[in-house]
Design a protein around this ligand. Sequence first.
Ligand code: ZN
Length: 376
Amino acid sequence: MGQRSGRQEIRKKLALSETMNAEADGQNDKEEAEEPKAKDQRLLSVFGVADLKNGAIGLYNIGQSCCLNSLLQVFLMNIRFTGILRRITVPPHAAQKRRNVPYQMLLLLEEMQCGKRKAVSPIHLAHCLSLYRVNLFVQHDAAQLFMTLWNLIKRQMKKPELVEELSDLYAVCVQEHLACQKCSFEAKRSSSMITLPVPVLDSNSHVLKTLEDCLQYFFHPEMLTDHNMCFCEQCGRKTPFLQSTKLVHLPQTLTIHLKRFCIEKSAYIHKLSHYLPFPQDLDFNAVLTESQCQADDSEKAGWQYELFAVVAHSGSTNCGHYCAYIRSLTECKWYCFNDSQVCQVSWDDVKCTYGHSNLHWGETAYLLIYMKKHPQ
Ligand code: ZN
């Protein structure tokens, strides 16, 4: 859809951009290192600039990059994330710049901001990602790619305070409990995760009816019996254990992964496309019981969320397409980002991603990104 002419336009525009040009030409590092000041100065001009004022800019599909494009839009439309991204240390040499994912994301953000273009190309970032085995022309899984991108960004942000802020922004903290059912022995372990991977079916393969049910089920205690029994130090033998996960802390940006891709015994992956509604406003205090949480009142007071984005998948497991519905934080309007095509949509359009059992090819929400209403 007008992709070729779009790319030509991009090439022309890129010719004007010194930094991009230098990187595309592969000039040697020495040459680049001698005059990094001017370029970094130019880049500095975008630090602190208000976010995408004209709402939304598309990203050209450069070879099955719909998954990457959707995730990039979710990252870059999050002003709390871009607030961190803008404070990264710019790598001094061209070779380091080419390999640095946060820096390439920042360049892309700058390009998205600097004109009135309908869409820009993520080609330099895609090349950079290919150095870390994130390849183009490959159908990615959005949940996996999100984790890969997040880890690359975290690892390559050199400043410890930014790494900490990034973790604070995304990490869910839980405590895992294992309690012997024959004695008083109990083991606890704290851990954190970047997404909440919630099942959409229960253990009997029954459909969970709402997002709230899925979350409730995720934190539901499970009895480990028979071949799942664990060795109890106190009893000195294998005993039944009660395994539970308690919610300790929720981050400002909460990513919920609906586990719609299901691996059967045959190792065949199929997609669960049944109807699963999710709310615009989500209060975890109303979803979880007292025993499913390990948090104080001030932590719980922040558990009021508002839907920010939906990464939706259409098609089958092997042949599909991703797009992202994102609510602009500056305009409070919903947009659908479908590669280079961006259009304003209504909440009813977003609700079309709830899914339908009879429409296996239909669009279904896969990642839900919620934001705290009252950040502490
Ligand atoms: Zn025991």
